[in-house]
Ligand binder design. Sequence first.
Ligand code: GDP
Length: 529
Amino acid sequence: MSFEKEILKRRTFGIISHPDAGKTTLTEKLLLFGGAIQEAGAVKNNKIKKSATSDFMEIERQRGISVATSVLAFLYKDKKINILDTPGHKDFAEDTFRTLTAVDSVIVVIDVAKGVEEQTEKLVEVCRMRNIPIIVFINKMDREGKDAFDLLDELEQKLGLIVTPLSFPIGMGYDFKGIYNIYEKNLNLFSGDSKKNIEDTIAFDDIESPELEKIIGTKAAESLRNDLELVHGVYPNFDKKRYLAGEQQPVFFGSALNNFGVRELLDCFVEIAPTPKPKMAEERLVKANEKDFTGFVFKIHANMDPKHRDRLAFVKVVSGTFERNKPYLHVRHNKNLKFSSPNAFFAEKKEIVDISYPGDIVGLHDTGSFKIGDTLTEGEILQYKGIPSFSPEHFRYINNADPMKAKQLNKGIDQLMDEGVAQLFTLEINNRKIIGTVGALQFEVIQYRLEHEYGAKCTYENFPVYKACWVDPKDKKSEEYMEFIRVKQKFLAKDKRGQLVFLADSFFSLQMTQQKYPSVKLHFTSEFN
Ligand code: GDP
């Protein structure tokens, strides 16, 4: 198959949701359509449970599961579909943000009873910042939940989406009769008694036909007609161009658990979802169909076996083909590297692969030369944009608890930070190290891994910080900036890339500082130009 055809075959996306909305269940059903797995239960739920905080082995085990499900690929209707896993747990939100730099589109799963939840809001905001095309799947229609129109309103108001329903439910919960598929113009009935997964699709072009009464009853027929009239009156028609530009978001309804409405979602997805998109580098825009290989690391996973400290770096192929045993330039190190056993991912397995195409994810064994955001090319000096650090939520001093193991500790901290487990800040005034994390769970993970993988011991000490703000002065030589540096010295630190960061100890002090030094901009992310 030609290179161009391989590109057009690929759909690389992520499923995002608040925990428990049904992401794992939906993933599993999608894989079933691809024939990639034989039975339900094959996709491991990689939720990090609250109870795990006190059980390190449990965290490790769960992290291990998330390696296996980091990328799931399957074939459907001659399309190669790559699903990138995004942890729903908020302590791992940063991992999800980074994964979103490697997807070409997303499906957002919403629980019909809960509507738009906190994690969904944050994740969708990031997608919208980057104009990532979004399809919404409203799940659990077999349960009582919110009214469909209210939910559509909520999507518009809380998430700022411009929605267009492509299917519409007939009743819900006990009265759930099925779905009218606006996109395909057919009726899909939910088998009433068993509420099991046999679905019946009936072509239904003319919604005015009296046949409708016969099939779903007078009352339901009437209300469906009214609903559809309202849908046509209120919501814009589906426009693929606008969807692809991130300006309009189609909505589907269904029940993942009952495998209901999932085929409709998938059929529409393979038709409309984007093929591998061009990606912006510092230097230029890189198109998928360029001959030369380029790609970037968006995730690094530590080996589960502490005796082998090698890691798996996940590389998204942006352009060209990635080939086994061919030398590629590691741009940051200015060094050529060859990979003898790159991994590809299929269903829930990984296997060695000779060639990968744009949109694909390759897993590379690494002994510590990669960090998140690194670019690989065939020689061009290129740095992909769009992997910013976000301000952590929790901050602690990290202290060495075993003076004999200082080297090990530093190496361990270094490598864990490269993996993106947390962020390291070094105080300007005394070089003390501060770890910043998105969730409290990471502190325990770090402590455990330092000990078991690097033989180092650490303790923590509280350090009250409200937010880390990346410092962006208008003029580095201005009086105002000099004064800022002098007065705020105690609160200044360098991040891992050497960028200056202001650690504000409260919302109030942040505001005061910004007012006093208006020409020194303070950003909550590390990428701002
Ligand atoms: P995740 O945290 O988003 O991955 O959610 P899961 O897929 O693990 O689902 C959370 C819970 O909701 C599980 O108990 C599922 O069985 C249940 N669930 C998922 N989809 C449906 C659905 O369509 N209907 C009902 N009633 N329950 C569902």
